[in-house]
Design a protein. Structure first.
Length: 297
């Protein structure tokens, strides 16, 4: 069986991979305000950027500048206090219909119910893994990442600072996953050894393959975390699972890594009673129990 690999990143190595668009989204800013993260920090650049907004939005732009500066200062303070931990494992895998067989464990998956255009296929993540009927094993990557030290979150009673810590922790976990996935593609798995992408291109997902995360539209069943935990031993980096499959600490992310050149993201969408019954059968769970794990029901 393949081995579990663990990586640890200090903040200064992860910070360049932060996708600030989602940080600002968490604070209720429209995407256009996230551009502050790409500005030169000189006053003239910032004043010119703020002045480029309509008069009614300039105060919001100044607020975005202040928030970004506070976030960067806090990241500097957290250096040496927080590290981001990642696990990954490259596993022998095959597809069997809408299921994946990963290191002998069956991962039932859900197929897309609605498509955008007539004639488009109804996708399932298993479509991007070699079928068992070919008798040749494929590879699927598993991952989990977390910012595990919650002591700083518990040590402040300042609501603004607490929210800033929480949103930064979320972004650091995602940024470390981005960095880890880059290393896996280029080196550990090595299916894209010559990949050379900028951070913006990484955020635009121009790399080969996909990294669907648990709870996201193509992998909406949170209970998949229990299956991942059997193969990743998430406790190695301090991740615990609640009875509903949620990860604790909250600033954690987990999922699959698929390398197929045609792999792309999609939304499973609303799950009908017939698919729910079939999925419950494949998961070996009662329908009502399974519903609590699914965001799309």
């Amino acid at each position: 069986m393949s081995s579990i690999c663990q990586l640890s990143y200090p903040i200064h190595e992860v910070e360049p991979y932060i996708h600030w668009l989602y940080f600002f989204h968490a604070w209720g800013f429209a995407p256009r305000f996230a551009a502050v993260a790409s500005l030169h920090t000189c006053p003239a650049c910032r004043q010119g950027w703020t002045a480029s907004f309509p008069p009614g939005e300039q105060e919001k732009a100044r607020e975005a500048v202040r928030l970004y500066d506070d976030a960067r200062r806090l990241l500097s303070m957290l250096e040496g206090k927080w590290e981001v931990q990642c696990l990954y494992r490259l596993c022998a895998a095959m597809s069997d219909g809408d299921d994946l067989l990963i290191e002998g464990i069956r991962f039932p998956l859900l197929r897309q119910q609605r498509v955008g255009q007539p004639g488009e296929p109804h996708l399932c993540l298993s479509d991007f893994v070699r079928p068992a009927s070919q008798g040749i094993a494929d590879t699927v990557g598993l991952f989990a990442s977390t910012v595990g030290d919650s002591s700083l979150l518990q040590a402040t009673d300042d609501p603004y600072r607490l929210l800033l810590l929480q949103t930064l922790a979320d972004r650091l976990a995602e940024a470390a996953t981005e960095k880890m996935h880059q290393y896996v593609r280029r080196t550990a798995w090595g299916y894209a050894p010559h990949e050379s992408l900028t951070i913006d291109e990484l955020h635009q997902e121009r790399f080969q393959g996909i990294r669907p995360a648990v709870g996201y539209p193509s992998l909406p069943d949170q209970s998949v975390n229990f299956l991942l935990d059997r193969l990743l031993e998430m406790g190695r980096i301090g991740i615990r699972l609640t009875e509903n499959g949620a990860m604790s600490p909250h600033a954690s992310v987990s999922g699959l890594m698929l390398a197929h050149p045609a792999a792309r993201y999609f939304a499973v969408g609303p799950i009908g009673p017939d698919q729910l019954a079939d999925y419950a059968r494949r998961r070996g769970m009662p329908v009502e129990e399974l519903k609590k794990f699914l965001l799309s029901v």
